[in-house]
Design a protein around this ligand. Structure first.
Ligand code: HEM
Length: 352
């Protein structure tokens, strides 16, 4: 009987080499994705870690804009937006809205009068099954020009080096405009009096395929009444939630959705640069907030207001923020939903 051959045949050897190559390729891709091959690369993990306050993140909560209150209402499109975008949300009609007023802080217990930036997350659903999610703030422009600069800003803010912020501002002079806004813009006593700005640039695509670069804002119907932060502090740490609850109880609150169209050459890739005031604007409809909902364990808890969740007819532009935000929001969502024991959670069916 002939001895069985101990040397693998050429074809078996080829298969082994192929399997090894596939495994190595997979491992390399995994290592790249995890950032092991490029420690300098900005990853969603690093970005979300950098948002955490010195004592660590508030487990179970959003890693930014952690304090807030949920609402439901409707968006009434007046039809004017169809000249710019084929998305059904602009066709005249009424669509359900689910949103969240919030404060730009990773601390869910921060006193309202200590947080300079206020925000609004919004989801509008249309009968064609599409969703438009957006998260806006009351600042008219972003403090820095790139996601990397935002990360560097977070590191500088958290640094023990007393010169860290000075060094950062030297390298990122655009931050001065935010400082100017923070000092001079009036504070108000109500979310209902805030204008919320989308800040990032997107592309609207109309029925014929024509593209327009746009930004959008929610302009309040309520007249803003300036109140000093000292006076706001006297209203208590959570006055904003109580105030909006009482106000909406007294009657629905409204904002006009205003779309601003860029002129050729306007900067779309840099949200730290506001577009000039004379740009063409189109009022496309009205957001009506009808009911304040429970924040804890309410309908906003499992929503990720990812700004890249867009209906057909709206797409991202060369602005690098929405993609970076999407990755960071997903990371925050994953972490907070995995921390069920630290936050009241009864319902299932999370929708990242
Ligand atoms: C690279 C830049 C940014 C990063 C890393 C970042 C990070 C985050 C994170 C981690 C969350 C919590 C997400 C969740 O768990 O659901 C969040 C929420 C939010 N962000 Fe940003 N953000 C960025 C830029 C912006 C910009 C440009 C705006 C405004 C135009 C904005 C407005 C908001 C608002 C309003 C929320 C709260 C939404 C909600 O109620 O769930 N962010 N952000």
């Amino acid at each position: 009987m002939p001895e069985p051959s101990r040397t693998p045949s050429r074809s078996a050897l080829g298969s082994l080499v192929m399997i090894a190559a596939i495994v190595a390729g997979g491992a390399t891709a995994f290592a790249y994705t995890a950032g092991w091959l490029s420690p300098q690369r900005l990853t969603p993990d690093k970005m979300v870690d950098a948002l955490a306050p010195p004592g660590g993140p508030a487990l179970g909560h959003r890693r930014n804009h952690a304090k807030g209150v949920c609402f439901t209402g409707v968006f009434d499109a007046n039809g004017a937006g169809t000249a710019l975008s084929k998305a059904q949300v602009f066709a005249a009609g009424q669509y359900p809205a689910l949103g969240r007023f919030n404060l730009g802080t990773p601390d869910p217990h921060a006193a309202d009068a200590t947080v300079r930036v206020r925000g609004l997350g919004l989801q509008i659903a249309t009968p064609d099954g599409q969703l438009w999610r957006s998260a806006m703030i009351d600042v008219p422009f972003f403090p820095v020009a790139t996601p990397q600069a935002f990360y560097d800003l977070l590191l500088a803010q958290g640094s023990k080096d007393p010169n860290a912020m000075k060094t950062f501002a030297g390298a990122h002079p655009e931050i001065a405009a935010f400082g100017g806004w923070a000092k001079s813009a009036p504070w108000t006593g109500s979310y209902a009096e805030e204008r919320f700005n989308g800040i990032n640039s997107f592309i609207f695509v109309d029925g014929s395929g024509k593209e327009s670069a746009v930004r959008w804002s929610l302009v309040p119907a309520a007249q803003p009444v300036p109140v000093s932060p000292d006076d706001l502090a006297k209203r208590g740490p959570d006055f904003l939630e109580q105030e909006i609850t009482d106000r909406v109880h007294g009657g629905p609150q409204r904002w006009t959705l205003r779309v601003t169209v860029a002129n050729p050459g306007d900067p779309t890739a840099d949200p730290s640069k506001a577009w000039p005031d004379d740009r063409h604007t189109v009022e496309v409809g009205t957001l009506t907030v009808q009911k304040i909902e429970a924040e804890q364990d309410g309908p906003c808890r499992d929503i990720n207001y990812d700004p890249t969740v867009l209906p057909s007819g709206i797409k991202t532009s060369d602005d690098p923020f929405p993609a970076a935000r999407s990755a960071a929001y997903a990371k925050s969502f994953d972490r907070r939903t995995a921390e069920a024991q630290d936050y009241p959670r009864t319902a299932t069916g999370a929708k990242p």
